[in-house]
Design a protein. Structure first.
Length: 187
């Protein structure tokens, strides 16, 4: 299966993506982590990534799309994958496979997301950067939800519950997306 987890910053999408990927036995692909790894290199592209991360802006789409394509072309993605926080805008959507099975939108209030991010204390989680990322989410990512809704593959999930309650809800919802091609799924 090919799945996507979207949601505002601090929604818990990464936690849910990892849990579901582990249950399905497929890789969880966190774009933020892939880009942070690329940012450690010493080249022009790494510099562009670092600049975007530090300011809370999106990494240029051409870099992000290429990074995703490189990752999903690996053998471990042949049976599917779980994307965490991708795509973030229409340009990134263009570089995405057309055969996504389901998209989960983990919903939390901006206030709850900010509180969770401040509590985790990651170096790039200043209030200014978090606020900028939330504004980008609302402007560029939220419009994608209508696209996935129109395709009939969007599932909106209440992210204000416990991690386990959300996970059980997600697992239950996947059942309706199973096809004969996924008959050997671990769910």
């Amino acid at each position: 299966m090919k799945l996507i987890f979207l949601g505002s910053q601090g929604s818990g999408k990464s936690t849910q993506a990892k849990m579901l990927a582990q249950k399905l036995g497929i890789p969880a692909i966190e774009m933020g982590q892939l880009l942070r790894e690329k940012a450690k290199k010493n080249d022009i592209e790494a510099g562009e990534i670092r600049q975007a991360i530090q300011t809370g802006n999106l990494v240029p789409d051409v870099i992000t799309v290429r990074t995703l394509q490189e990752r999903i072309s690996r053998p471990d993605c042949q049976s599917g994958y779980v994307l965490d926080g991708y795509p973030r805008n229409y340009a990134q959507l263009e570089g995405l496979d057309d055969d996504i099975d389901v998209v989960f939108d983990i919903k939390v209030s901006d206030q709850e997301g900010i509180k969770r991010l401040i509590d985790r204390s990651r170096h790039d989680d200043s209030l200014e950067v978090i606020t900028r990322r939330l504004a980008i989410f609302h402007k560029e990512t939220e419009p994608l939800l209508a696209y996935f809704r129109n395709k009939g593959i969007l599932e909106e999930v209440d992210g204000a519950r416990s991690i386990e309650e959300i996970h059980q809800d997600v697992v239950k919802r996947i059942e309706k997306y199973k096809t004969k091609d996924h008959a050997n799924s671990k769910i």
